[in-house]
Design a protein around this ligand. Structure first.
Ligand code: 649
Length: 593
């Protein structure tokens, strides 16, 4: 950690100190965990409980002299996870948030995190004790096997010896793995200063509210669940209702019911969560909901779709949901979390832009009132609000590295105290990503986000990702727009990825789609689905897909936070390993491969 040694210490307390202060105050609920996803099995912990339980972990780690070392958190989402996190902080160690290594995919990803982060200890649930030998056998010989610390209710019930609370805010606190590929794990080094700065930037956006209550089902091993909800709640001193991501995914209704039951004022979810609620909540369930207490609902982590928000408002407006509370926001783990968001209390802003101009990197408002405009001519881009307090966004041409003029699309570069210190053990990549400089000799260094967007009237709009851009015949197509058209083209299409492959006449567009049905059903109605997909893409984007690949649900590789992995999909497609629904050769028309 040479690159951060010697930085000036600030006088701000870090999160361990803030938790200690709250624990010393009156006994108030810090976390309410809905163990079965409903209010029937709610377990409350006060700040004092969290502090005491964290002390137990800290004592164990200190006994092993793990201050300054790395500790992997492999617990299920829940209260123990939070106790262990603050325990690691209290021991002065660096937390590596992860998940239990159960299931083939999770084991592979977990192993890659362990290999890259070389922890001394892994904290896991005692129920995993019997399975650890098997996991250890999967690690390469070059890795020193970490020790395991198994915990359960009885463990936390034991005495917690008093240990000091560290206050070195410029020390590394956390190693955040991005949810990218398993083969290339990148651990982002975050200091306690980063964590506190992120909370302060978000609080600046949120303002103060006396009766704030939060609710989250987001995974605690991702930036949005960890830095965005758990840490923010401790920093701000308001209670947080939690449930596991699995309970939400099984039944999205549980999220909105928890908001109703606990009079929640602030919550958060990626765009897909809003879609899941709209499409899965029944009329009977709807009757039981009251969303009138919500004053802030953050929506970020993937493109925010105007269509999704409209449908959500139509369905839940009658149950008290007020769209003014919706906060489209943008961020990334390399900037701890938060980069921009709609200022609290302001209306949602969507720009209707000329799509063709946008494909050429030019921001131009679309003519007409929109009702009669052809679908393919207009891009509806939702504003992700103003840039976080104390931060700066520069939009840069990724080729010339010059800031773009106003009204142009470019790569989003960020600078400010939320920006992390780099990737563990990757000096080259760290320098290229975290200390970029513009070619005009402009001051300071920036984080290159790899995201494309533009600034308009001081607001940030995200249009796509640099490396996912599909460039066909000189046009820049945004894959997420094409994917939206594909998903809306036919009800049987679920996940989908759009990318390009080299063809005889340059790059060609390929659409890979998950079909909700059997191979036999696809054989029967495939031509209709295919026609619908091709017609939608051609009409809305002016490009005819050269191939449409149909696979079963689950065929398209996703990150653990639910983002489409276009590059991995493209690779699998090219190598012929992308799962497909088996079809007799003459069942389907030519364009289907
Ligand atoms: C993005 C995280 C943005 C992410 C969230 C503020 C209870 C309830 C609520 C609460 C507190 C308690 O995806 C998060 C800010 C939450 C406040 C909650 O308050 N990180 S990532 O590293 O996994 O991925 C980053 C990438 O995701 C894409 C970009 O490609 C980015 O590089 N992304 C977006 N793409 C399009 N539009 C957006 N708005 C995007 N945001 C992230």
């Amino acid at each position: 950690m040479d690159h951060i040694a010697g930085r000036a210490r600030t006088s701000l307390p870090g999160l361990p100190g803030i938790l200690q202060q709250r624990a010393a105050g009156p006994r108030r609920t810090a976390f309410r965990f809905l163990a079965d996803g409903t209010s029937d099995e709610a377990v409350d912990w006060t700040y004092h409980d969290v502090y005491e339980h964290a002390g137990r972990i800290a004592a164990d780690l200190l006994e092993r002299e793990l201050s300054g070392r790395r500790v992997v958190l492999a617990l299920d989402p829940g209260l123990h996870y939070i106790a262990a996190l603050f325990g690691i902080f209290r021991a002065g160690a660096t937390a590596v948030p992860s998940f239990p290594p159960t299931g083939k995919r999770a084991v592979a990803r977990f192993a890659s995190i362990v290999v890259d982060s070389t922890p001394d200890v892994i904290i896991a649930d005692r129920r995993l004790e019997g399975r650890v030998a098997q996991f250890a056998a999967e690690l390469p010989d070059t890795v020193r096997p970490p020790e395991w610390l198994f915990v359960d209710d009885a463990y936390f019930g034991g005495p917690a010896p008093a240990t000091a609370v560290p206050d070195a805010v410029s020390d590394p606190a956390l190693l955040q793995y991005t949810s990218g590929s398993t083969g290339d794990p990148k651990g982002i080094v975050l200091t306690h200063e980063n964590l506190v700065s992120n909370c302060r930037a978000l609080e600046h956006n949120m303002g103060y509210e006396a009766d704030r209550v939060g609710c989250t089902w987001l995974p605690p091993y991702h930036d949005m669940g960890l830095m965005g909800t758990i840490m923010l709640a401790v920093h701000g001193g308001w209670p947080l209702v939690l449930m596991s991501p699995a309970h939400f995914v099984q039944q999205p209704y549980r999220w909105l019911k928890a908001i109703t039951d606990h009079k929640v004022t602030i919550s958060v979810g990626p765009n897909f969560a809003f879609d899941m609620c709209t499409s899965s909540i029944t009329d009977d369930e709807l009757e039981t909901l009251d969303l009138g207490t919500l004053r802030q609902v953050f929506c970020g982590s993937e493109p925010v779709s105007r269509v999704t928000l409209d449908k959500f408002r139509e369905r839940f407006g009658p149950r008290g949901y007020d769209e003014t509370s919706l906060i489209p926001c943008y961020g990334l783990a390399e900037a701890t979390l938060y980069v921009s968001g709609k200022p609290t209390g302001t209306p949602l802003r969507t720009e209707r832009l000329d799509k063709e101009a946008l494909e050429n990197g030019v921001v131009r408002r679309s003519e007409g009132d929109g009702r009669d405009a052809e679908p393919g001519r207009v891009a509806h881009v939702v504003s992700c609000g103003t840039v976080a307090d104390g931060h700066e966004v520069t939009v840069v041409d990724p080729d010339t590295l010059l800031p773009v003029p106003a009204g142009r699309v470019g790569e989003i570069w960020v600078n400010g105290p939320n920006v992390a210190h780099g990737y563990l053990g990757r000096p080259g990549l760290t320098a290229a990503t975290f200390t970029a400089r513009t070619a005009d000799g402009g001051e300071g260094t920036h984080l290159r986000t790899g995201d494309l967007g533009f600034l308009l009237d001081g607001e940030l709009f995200i249009t796509g990702r640099l490396k996912d851009l599909v460039v066909i015949a000189g046009r820049n197509l945004y894959p997420q727009d094409i994917e939206l058209s594909v998903r809306q083209a036919h009800e049987k299409v679920r996940g989908c990825a759009a990318f390009s492959v080299p063809g005889e006449q340059g790059e060609e567009l390929v659409v890979a789609a998950e079909y909700r049905g059997t191979a036999r059903q696809l054989a029967a109605e495939g031509a209709a689905v295919l026609d619908a997909v091709i017609a939608a893409v051609t009409a809305e984007h002016g490009v005819r897909p050269a191939a449409v690949h149909f696979g079963p649900v689950g065929a398209i590789p996703m990150t653990t936070s639910g983002k489409v992995r276009r590059d991995a999909t493209r690779k699998a497609y090219v190598q012929g390993t992308l799962k497909k629904l088996a079809l007799a050769a003459d069942d389907m028309p030519q364009a289907v491969r």
